[in-house]
Design a protein around this ligand. Structure first.
Ligand SMILES: NC(=O)N[C@@H](CC(=O)O)C(=O)O
Ligand SMILES: [Zn+2]
Ligand SMILES: [Zn+2]
Length: 430
């Protein structure tokens, strides 16, 4: 199919193009980006007033499939993704069973081609069953296209084993996506350790729980030379250490999630499980450090850590609720509203952090850019549209969000994945 997108503001981080022009798609590729393209096309889309950006690449998503399909599936997660303008997701391996060998990676990736509208890259676990005892089949997973390994949900606490895993990852050209949490220091904490936790009678998680593992993992990356990506950074010292690692020229990148740059522990007014996630909402000071990291380029990536759970697992006290919130359908609007509208980052930086930098981290050379020859993953985004987030409109099975009822600006109006229009005018196109 040929699609001609007319007169949108094209934002391409690769070529640094930021101008009103047209984009022509033929089959699964972008074939021309230019002003005033006059040609026949099967579909012409008027993108006046909208941004035309590379489809978002979300490095941190829990699709829960296989085994936890009551929370999400490849199909429902894929629909939520494209509604959010996300055309590639990295699926975390903490499913049931855990994805820890090449056969399992292949199984999910093949099924995703049929069952998901978004491109799915299945990540592999670092250890068998994420049990932290022996290394997973890292070579086998690399051969089947996992791009990165991650023990997300926990840290590999045995540094010697982790180092062996990193060495193997390095040999196989894989990145390591690190969830940084010293489990021995959590001691039953469910939210940030502060006055609010005391007031609510809840146990706290200190910044050091994250920071000590961030420090350790950066040092392990320095020793092994592996490409290290720090997941969901939530503390000011994580950001500081990420900056120091970069100054030293290490191959280390970092991601933050919308909830960590928008909400602080001050926003928790009652003991509500929808405010429970790992890492937890931190102090205003941490939020400010994260925003500064986004502005100055220390933070490379905005990812969601989309973590759907069933209502019964979330609508309860933080003591008992599962950790995690959904994010795929709110991330672009929240990022636009809280970072771009406020002048903290530019629209181009939004495209960089939500698409181009993730593509580079994964080594995806034909995605993350609206330029000739790339795979036609494109999102058309209306920055003027204002609305209120309503969890009841989510396509994800997960409705667990602290952003229900929040006013935002910026809406995905059309998502093109691999040259196919998969979302348009508020509807999924199967
Ligand atoms: N972030 C969360 O609070 N939960 C994630 C695990 C994780 O990302 O660590 C989940 O799998 O539910
Ligand atoms: Zn995690
Ligand atoms: Zn996660």
């Amino acid at each position: 199919m040929t699609i001609l997108i007319k007169e949108g503001r094209v934002l391409d981080p690769e070529t640094k193009r930021d101008e009103i022009c047209d984009v022509l798609i033929d089959g699964d590729r972008i074939t021309r980006v230019d002003s005033g393209i006059e040609t026949e096309a099967e579909r012409i889309i008027d993108a006046k007033g909208c941004y035309v950006m590379p489809g978002f690449i979300d490095l941190h998503v829990h699709l829960r499939d296989p085994g936890l399909e009551y929370k999400e599936t490849l199909t429902t997660g894929g629909r939520a993704a494209v509604k959010g303008g996300v055309t590639t997701v990295c699926a975390m391996p903490n499913t049931k069973p855990v994805i820890d060998n090449g056969v399992k990676v292949k199984e999910v990736m093949e099924r995703a081609k049929r069952e998901s509208l978004t491109n799915v890259i299945q990540l592999g676990a670092v250890t068998v069953g994420q049990e932290g005892k022996e290394l997973a089949d890292i070579r086998g997973m690399a051969k089947n296209g996992c791009h990165a390994i991650s023990e997300d949900g926990k840290s590999v606490m045995n540094a010697s084993l982790y180092r062996k895993g990193m060495n193997l990852a390095k040999e196989e050209g894989l990145a390591v996506f690190a969830h940084c949490e010293d489990i021995t220091m959590v001691e039953g904490g469910v939210m940030n350790a502060d006055k609010k936790a005391e007031k609510l009678g809840l146990k706290g998680i200190t910044n050091a729980v994250e920071d000590v593992i961030v420090a350790r993992d950066i040092l392990l990356a320095k020793e092994t030379g592996v490409r290290l990506h720090l997941c969901h950074c939530s503390t000011k010292d994580s950001i500081k250490m990420l900056g120091l690692a970069k100054e030293e020229g290490l191959d280390v990148t970092g991601e933050v999630c919308p909830h960590h740059f928008i909400l602080s522990t001050d926003d928790i007014t009652k003991d509500d499980g929808n405010y429970k996630m790992n890492p937890p909402l931190r102090s205003k000071e941490d939020v400010e450090a994260i925003k500064e990291g986004l502005r100055n380029g220390t933070v490379d990536v905005i990812a969601t850590d989309h973590a759907p759970h069933a209502e019964a697992e979330k609508n309860r006290s933080m003591k008992l609720a599962a950790f995690g919130i959904v994010g795929l359908e709110t991330s672009a609007a929240l990022t636009y509203t809280e970072l771009v509208e406020t002048g903290i980052i530019t629209p181009m930086q939004m495209a960089e952090k939500m698409s181009w930098n993730p593509a580079k981290i994964l080594g995806l050379h034909d995605r993350g850019s609206v330029s000739e020859g790339k795979i036609a993953d494109v999102v058309i985004f209306d920055p003027e549209k204002e609305y209120t987030i309503d969890k009841n409109t989510f396509l994800s099975k997960g409705k667990n969000t602290p952003f229900h009822g929040r006013k935002v600006k910026g809406e995905v109006v059309c998502t093109i994945a691999g040259g196919r229009i998969v979302y348009e005018g508020g509807k999924i196109i199967d």
